[in-house]
Structure formats: C-alpha cells, structure tokens
Design a protein around this ligand. Structure first.
Ligand code: COI
Length: 378
C-alpha cells in the first residue's frame, strides 16, 4: 500500500494558490431520509457535481447551511491535521436548527471530513507555503417539495480544495454598510446559512469598486454597535500600557467564529484580557488594532474603517461625540469619516496581530506544540 499521505501534486504552483475553485478527486456525500430517520454512511463521489431535484427547497427556499475549516500539512509533509473540526460540527448543528434540517451527528461529521481530506490528500498544499486545504461541508433539503414545509430528504456533503488566504495578508480597508442590514435582530445572523451571504454580494462589490476590501456590518436595529465583517468576525485590541484587551462583539446576530474563539484563547495564553460585550461604533477610535478573524481569512489586519455620513447616520457620526471627534485616528473628509489603524504605505500587520497570527499558524502547521488539543490528524 502506498504511504499516506501522498506528496502534493506538482500541477499546482503552490506559491500562488489564490482563492478560487480548483478541481480535485471528488467529494463525500451522506443522505438522510425521514423514513429511516438516519444519515447514511458517507460515500465518495468522484465528481464535483451533485444530483438534485430542481424543486428541492435548497434551491427554492434557501434551505441550506455550510461550514468552512482547514487542513494543513505538518513539518516534513508526512502528516495532515485538520484544525478544530469538532467546533465546526457543533456550529453546523446550530445552523441546522435554524433551517429545519436534522443535525449531522458529530461522529459522522468528523468521519466525512476526514474521508474528504484523505481521498484528496495530494491536494493538501505542502507545509508552510501559506496555503491550506479548505474544507466546505454543506447540508441542504434535497428532495422535491413545493409547499413551505420540510422535505423528506436531505444531503450532507463535504467538498475540499486547496486555497491561499482570502483577503491576502496585507492590511485591508473596511467600509461600513448603512444601506443594508446583514441580519434581522431576531433572525438567522448566527447561522452559517447562504441567506446571510448572498445579499451581501452586491454591497461587497460596491465597496470593492470604492477601494474597500471588506465590509463591516453594524447591528440592524439601531446601527450603533459592531456586528461583524461580511466574511469574518470582528476583534478589537485595546492597549493600556502593558495591558492588552481583546474585545469581541456580544451579539446574537453574529456567527460564532472558530478562528476568533481560538484567537481569544491565544490572547489569554499571552496574559491578555478578553471581553465579549456590545461594541459601540463610537468606540472604534479607541482600538489600537482591529482584526478580521475567519477560517478563509485567517487573521486580517484592518487598515481603516470608513463610514459614509448621511442625514440618516449623522446623529451617530463620530463628529457627534466630542471625544471621538478629537481622536487622532479619526479623519473627516468628503462626507465620510475614517478611523485609521495602519497608515497608508505600511504593509505589515500590527504587532498584536502578528503575534497572534504567528501562534495560530504555528499550531495549525504543527510547528508549535498543540497545547489546546486543536489538531485532528487524518
Ligand atoms: C470562511 O471563512 O470559511 C467562510 O465561510 C467565509 C466565506 C465568505 C469564504
């Protein structure tokens, strides 16, 4: 038997993987039927296409949810580890409840994810190239159903592909979206469902055209508190002398980012404090660094956050607060206000972001001891 894992394929330029879909050997599928009340054992399908009825609620009513996690080759390239898949299993179960899909048991989730990685192992990038294998589990209502009630059949599948980091590794400018609410106050904001992502597309496109790499969303009810970035979670770092505090939003409209939770643990391991609490928009100038944390994004240093000030937003403007108005990080220009954390021309992350990222990647890549038990070997 050939030794496992096989070496990485030589048909991909591993120094320039990017963030796009690449074909691999195939994916893994499991099916649930209401008759058996069970998910079937996962099977490998050597095809990127899936067979689905055109009247499936996944296609018509958005009855679907997904996950994102990563696998890495460890030093020597002879082992592969998946980062915290147990947390993704739990988060998919959380999402499933919002869209009336039977939960995928944790054991089945882990088995399917491991199988999808193992059966495509030659597409796991070489150690420490900056790329990883991105794993995309999905669940959806797959049998025909016209009425607005749960169907009889569901599919759970796991796709994998090699990717670099989304947003790259240089500081990124963020734009606040006030014309669009990402998630209703009592809605599905904490579920990783497509319905939280598709409506953002036109806004992130608009932001990109204005020169912003990422959008930031405030609470939908009042637009006064920070929720999350379109692709990732918000982390602000407060520095007071030697003391560092990482602040993350306490909002029921945000996705429980596994990268953010891991970063918080790493912060605690450095002796830093962590606060999970509502973050007022007017607090943004107080942060020394802001980061976006997500599986695809890893940890993105945020260069600046800009908000357009209109009649609708003027009462919340930083100009309305004497303290924020006078803050040296804040610039008012052409009807917009910008809080800058990393000056134009500086391409490195801030010191706190660099320290957190080095430890996160050290653990993911097996360069550092797995002190938290986060690596699951394939
Ligand atoms: C992830 O980070 O895994 C996500 O699902 C975000 C997506 C926009 C790429």
């Amino acid at each position: 038997m050939a030794p496992f894992p096989p070496p990485p394929v030589n048909t991909i330029d591993w120094s320039n993987v990017g963030f796009r879909v690449r074909e691999v050997n195939g994916h893994v599928e499991s099916h649930y039927s209401v008759q058996t009340g069970k998910w079937s054992p996962p099977t490998f399908v050597a095809d990127p296409y899936m067979r689905i009825h055109g009247m499936a609620p996944a296609l018509n009513y958005g009855q679907q949810a997904y996950e994102g996690l990563k696998a890495f080759r460890l030093p020597g390239d002879d082992k592969i580890a998946i980062f915290r898949p147990d947390r993704n299993a739990a988060r998919l179960q959380h999402s499933a409840a919002f869209i009336s899909i039977p939960p995928v048991p944790t054991d089945l989730f882990l088995e399917a994810v491991k199988a999808a990685v193992a059966l495509n192992a030659e597409f796991v990038p070489p150690h420490a190239t900056g790329a990883a294998m991105y794993i995309r589990p999905q669940i959806y209502g797959s049998s025909a159903q016209l009425g607005l009630s749960p169907p009889d059949e569901y599919t759970f599948c796991v796709f994998v592909l090699p990717t670099g980091v989304y947003h790259g590794s240089h500081p990124v400018k963020a734009l606040i979206m006030d014309d669009f609410d990402r998630a209703a106050p009592n809605g599905t904001g904490s579920a990783k469902v497509g319905g939280n992502y598709a409506p953002v597309l036109r806004w992130s496109d608009k932001a990109r055209n204005e020169g912003y790499g990422i959008t930031l969303h405030l609470d939908s009810r009042r637009h006064e508190e920070v929720d999350e970035f379109s692709t990732s979670g918000f982390i602000g770092a407060l520095v007071d002398g030697e003391d560092v505090t990482l602040v993350v939003p306490d909002s029921k409209a945000v996705i429980d980012s596994i990268t953010s939770v891991s970063i918080q643990d790493l912060g605690r391991s450095f002796g830093w404090k962590v606060e999970k609490r509502p973050i007022k928009y007017s607090e943004l100038p107080n942060f020394t660094e802001v980061m976006a944390a997500g599986t695809a994004a890893a940890l993105v240093p945020i260069r600046s956050i800009t908000r357009h000030i209109t009649d609708a937003t003027s009462s919340q403007s930083l100009a309305a607060s004497a303290e924020a108005k006078a803050h040296p990080r804040v610039v008012f220009q052409d009807g917009q206000e910008t809080v800058t954390y990393i000056a134009e021309g500086v391409e490195d992350p801030g010191a706190l972001c660099s320290k957190l990222l080095a430890k996160l990647q050290g653990i993911q890549l097996g360069k550092l001891a797995d002190e938290f038990g986060w690596r699951f070997e394939v």
